[in-house]
Design a protein around this ligand. Structure first.
Ligand SMILES: CC(C)(COP(=O)(O)OP(=O)(O)OC[C@H]1O[C@@H](n2cnc3c(N)ncnc32)[C@H](O)[C@@H]1OP(=O)(O)O)[C@@H](O)C(=O)NCCC(=O)NCCS
Length: 167
């Protein structure tokens, strides 16, 4: 069981609840570029599905779908899966910052703090994927120390580049 309060030094982090779905939808719909590369566009239903979605052989206990809040509201959303695809690795299924506060280093600070916390509890790697060709996602994850593993996943209409950072 992770201590989600320790994910961030600056934000209050808490699990997203069903009553937050409307707010999450309003948040996601500002990030138009993301859905151009990773369609379809978000709906309240697709958000509910993402909140429950699990990789093979994982259970709800392994999943942390959290929001980062401050006095201005929701700053970021993170979907983290523990011990996937192996015991030493945590998997980021989704990460998004508020479109109105992007390019100010906030996403990088959140990921830096998360890496420090996960490293401190003995996790060795963080793995994630971005849609091939999405310049924003690729630049951001490279900037934060993630490197391509050479693995790609083909889905309907786009290719996912799998990347990893050693902690
Ligand atoms: C990717 C994301 C999380 C970054 O959050 P952020 O708070 O803006 O992060 P930072 O400010 O720390 O870094 C943003 C970097 O992306 C760069 N960037 C922004 N838009 C870009 C674009 N269209 N093309 C290339 N780079 C871009 C910025 O210049 C900055 O890099 P720099 O510091 O070297 O100049 C945010 O843009 C987002 O939520 N995007 C939509 C969702 C998404 O793509 N999530 C990741 C895939 S799972």
């Amino acid at each position: 069981m992770l201590d989600i309060n320790a994910f961030s030094n600056q934000y209050e982090v808490r699990l997203i609840k069903d009553t937050d779905v409307r707010q999450i939808y309003m948040f996601c719909r500002q990030n138009v570029l993301y859905y151009q590369y990773c369609p379809p566009f978000a709906t309240e239903d697709s958000i509910r599905k993402d909140m429950a979605a699990l990789p093979p052989k994982k259970t709800a206990d392994d999943k942390y779908y959290v929001g980062y809040f401050d006095r201005h509201g929701l700053a970021a959303i993170l979907d983290l899966i523990l011990e996937y695809p192996n015991k030493d690795t945590a998997f980021i299924g989704f990460f998004m910052t508020d479109a109105s506060i992007q390019n100010k280093g906030i996403g990088s600070t959140i990921i830096t703090d998360l890496c420090a916390y996960l490293s401190g509890i003995g996790i060795s790697y963080i793995r994630l994927g971005w849609v091939k060709g999405n310049p924003q996602a690729e630049h951001f994850w490279h900037k934060n120390g993630f490197e391509e593993t050479g693995i790609t996943c083909e889905t309907d209409g786009y290719t996912v580049i799998v990347a990893q950072r050693a902690l």
